[in-house]
Design a protein around this ligand. Sequence first.
Ligand SMILES: *[C@@H]1O[C@H](CO)[C@@H](O)[C@H](O)[C@H]1NC(C)=O
Ligand SMILES: *[C@@H]1O[C@H](CO)[C@@H](O)[C@H](O)[C@H]1NC(C)=O
Length: 552
Amino acid sequence: MARSKARVYTCRALTLLCVVTIIVCIVLLLRRKCPVDTFSSAAVAADSGKCSEIGRDILQRGGSAIDGAIAALLCTSVMNPQSMGIGGGSIFTVMDRSGKVKIINSRETVPQKFKSDLLKTCPKTFQLVSGSQWIGVPGEIRGYELAHRLYGKLPWATLFQPAIQLAREGFPIPPVQGRYIQYIDTNQTQSLRKLYSDKDGNLLKTGDVVKFEKLADTFEMIANHGADVFYNGSIAEDLIRDIEEAGGTLTVQDLDLYKVTVTDAWTVSLGEYQMYIPPPPAGGILLSLILNIMKGYGLNSASLTGEQKTLAYHRYVEAFKFANGLKKYIRDPQFNSEEMARKFTEDSFADQIRSLIITDRTHDPEYYNTGPYPDSMGTTHVSVLAEDGSAVSVTSTINHIFGSKVFSPRTGVILNNELSDFCGRVDHISPGEQPPSSMAPAVLKSESKTLVIGSTGGSMITTGIASTLMNHLWFGKSLKEAIAAPVVFVDSQNALKFEPKFDMEVIEALKALGHNQETANHFYNVVNAVEKEDGCICAVSDARKLGQAAGY
Ligand SMILES: *[C@@H]1O[C@H](CO)[C@@H](O)[C@H](O)[C@H]1NC(C)=O
Ligand SMILES: *[C@@H]1O[C@H](CO)[C@@H](O)[C@H](O)[C@H]1NC(C)=O
């Protein structure tokens, strides 16, 4: 009797053990580890591995997404000073943990005094434009200040420490920075040339050690005394003195008057996602128009097979031609009506444009109202997703390579040439006005997914983001494959420029449809993105700029 009871208990215990084991196994399987190459908590995608790591370290120390983004940007101003810096401006798209999205706009503005014939001296075709007359009032540091005041967690000075150390101690020039040093070789840029010269006056090259000691001093002043030192303190005076010596018109009042704006993001629905974009003068509306047109074609992975592939790309480049014709509606809303810009985000407007896209032919530039806009290049982008689900997508720039190429020796700051972004777009500018931009830092959110994405590369920004989203959301490519996919860029003259390794079949088929094709020597599109899906985070920095993301 006692024996059989013991047997029953043993049996029950074993059964229980089995059940528990099975449950544990199921739970473990469901909560599987994130795949290799992904992260489980947070990630940063900047355009260099070093700056992604610095952003990640800030997150790991309890920093917010904004803290990580600011530290990564400050690092980038040293690792890729040809792309951005505190002499420029940026646009932030910030999603807080509750999912609310705001835009912090610290783009440069027209100074109170500027050359009256400035727009008459605009180049007619794409080229680097240097000189102090193109300098806009820098907004970068005021942008960081407000972003940090609204969303920061770590002390302000902490965000500057890694960049101060890099700038002061120096580092071997990375290949991307090295590639652009050759651009500093004209008479206009003697102070910048000096910054990049060895003691015998030879230009530095990749691998040589470069230091930015003056910039380190300036960072330290801003870290310790706050942004005011740059806008109405001693740095402001030094900076203006150097700009004056270079023939520029900026004054201390311009800096003192500079104001950052905070607005709501504009939203666009894309299938399961809401896409949040910055309104004009940012370029988000071009992106939204193109995606709104394309979503109406019901694209999926089958769209990449046979004839459908050509048709998909034909429609895509046609959409870009219309977007080219509509660029003139990107203006600073504080100075111009934004009624037309609003339409760009509406489905009915995309439907209207879609009805003008003919399946088997393309048209002359007049059909699309194409304007005489020279194309542009440059910029950097940082995407951050923090542990609490908050996100930052920020694009920052001094415009062209090394901006105006005016370097301020007293402060270590390289000044932007942002005013050249008005070229070909307007015939009149006002003090305080922000130039139109292609920058489109975006955040896409669905029930279960978040995608933080942005691109650099001036006019190629829209191409970079639209191509990645089309390949990822609709054609079913992984984020990494989607970013790596070769792009077709529709230039300001509506000529198609194909990135090397672009599908030859499509190139031939598009030629047969009458699309004008040209070759481009440079593709500046660089997409950095972070995506969270089912608790796993995938972060990709574009290999085109030898980028590397970081996370934990
Ligand atoms: C550069 O400066 C030198 C000396 O001032 C002058 O002789 C030369 O013509 C200048 N070159 C250009 C391209 O302006
Ligand atoms: C500098 O500007 C800030 C912000 O506009 C202001 O609060 C401060 O009083 C100014 N300081 C000086 C010395 O003008």
